[in-house]
Design a protein around this ligand. Structure first.
Ligand code: AMP
Ligand code: ZN
Ligand code: FE
Ligand code: FE
Length: 282
């Protein structure tokens, strides 16, 4: 069992990079990828922990791409902290987030909700600030009952407090990832909000653009959905990957490795992904 989709305190997870790696090892994962949003700040710490525990480690990240009607998240794997095309793009995305966070605070305040930028920043600590931190503040201030309630009524796409963030187009992300020796995988494909025919069409475009894999084994998907996605991956010559999307207490029903209990991503997915790395890898 492996887990190729995990968040830490470096973005909007509640556990440190060391802690998520320890949890992965304790759950029985033979390898784990750290995939914080828009950044690589946790990679060194997570890797050191994985080495000390004797499990495999994959440096990664997750970004939001421009897409409608739903949301498109791409995972980048084998991307190292430091300089490079992908690394520079991530820095740019973090800068854009700062602007978005100010707009989000203003919008929520206009709706009469109790939230300030200072509160959100202290909820996030040194992390990349994301909507889950806004949700946590809304819960702490009594404006929502749970994180999920804050999203459903206020923060989710289509809800009154939604503010989009800057997004990269998927073709650029895939190209930039490959230029940095990394590979791109489509995260939680059902979030695209497409019917099966629509999904097939987008996968064709993504695969032509150099996509390496499809996240078929995902915590929130049923066995039938996972099997259907794995079949789609096979048809498009994409690696069938998977992960929990663990966020600690920000997604309290999801655990590292096992998701809500029945996740079991095959170890073979990692070897297949490694084989898709571009030759330009440094
Ligand atoms: P951001 O990058 O600031 O837009 O926040 C994105 C994060 O918010 C995702 O990684 C999820 O953890 C969380 N999120 C987004 N949409 C929802 C939703 N509808 N319900 C619960 N959590 C969500
Ligand atoms: Zn997240
Ligand atoms: Fe995501
Ligand atoms: Fe995620």
């Amino acid at each position: 069992m492996i887990d190729l989709h995990v968040h830490s305190t470096c973005s909007d997870g509640s556990e440190t990079p060391e802690e998520v790696v320890s949890l992965a090892a304790a759950t029985g994962c033979s390898a784990v990828a750290l995939t914080d949003h828009d950044g690589l700040a946790g990679i060194a710490e997570a890797r050191a922990k994985a080495e000390s525990l004797g499990i495999g480690f994959v440096p990664g990240c997750e970004v939001s791409c421009a897409f409608s009607p739903g949301t498109m998240h791409l995972l980048g794997y084998f991307v190292e902290p430091g300089e490079g095309p992908m690394q520079n793009e991530l820095t740019h995305m973090r800068e854009e987030r700062a602007t978005r966070n100010e707009r989000l605070v203003n919008k929520l305040q206009d709706l009469g909700l109790p939230v300030s930028l200072g509160q959100v920043q202290s909820a996030a600590g040194s992390s990349v600030v994301g909507r889950p931190h806004f949700a946590a503040v809304l819960v702490a201030n009594g404006a929502a009952t749970t994180i999920q309630d804050a999203f459903d009524r206020l923060l989710a796409k289509g809800a009154p407090g939604y503010v989009p963030k800057a997004r990269i187009d998927f073709a650029s992300f895939i190209t930039t990832a490959r230029a940095s020796g990394a590979v791109a995988v489509l995260a939680h494909p059902l979030s695209l909000g497409l019917d099966p025919a629509g999904l097939e069409g987008v996968l064709t475009e993504l695969a032509e653009g150099g996509l390496a894999g499809l996240e078929c084994y995902y915590s929130r998907y049923s066995p039938e959905e996972r099997a259907g996605l794995a079949e789609m991956a096979r048809r498009h010559d994409l690696v069938a990957t998977g992960g929990s999307d663990y966020h600690g207490r920000f997604k309290p029903d999801i655990f590292v490795g096992v998701g809500t209990g029945d996740l079991d991503v095959p170890d073979s997915a990692l070897g297949e992904l490694l084989a898709r790395r571009p030759d330009t890898a440094a």
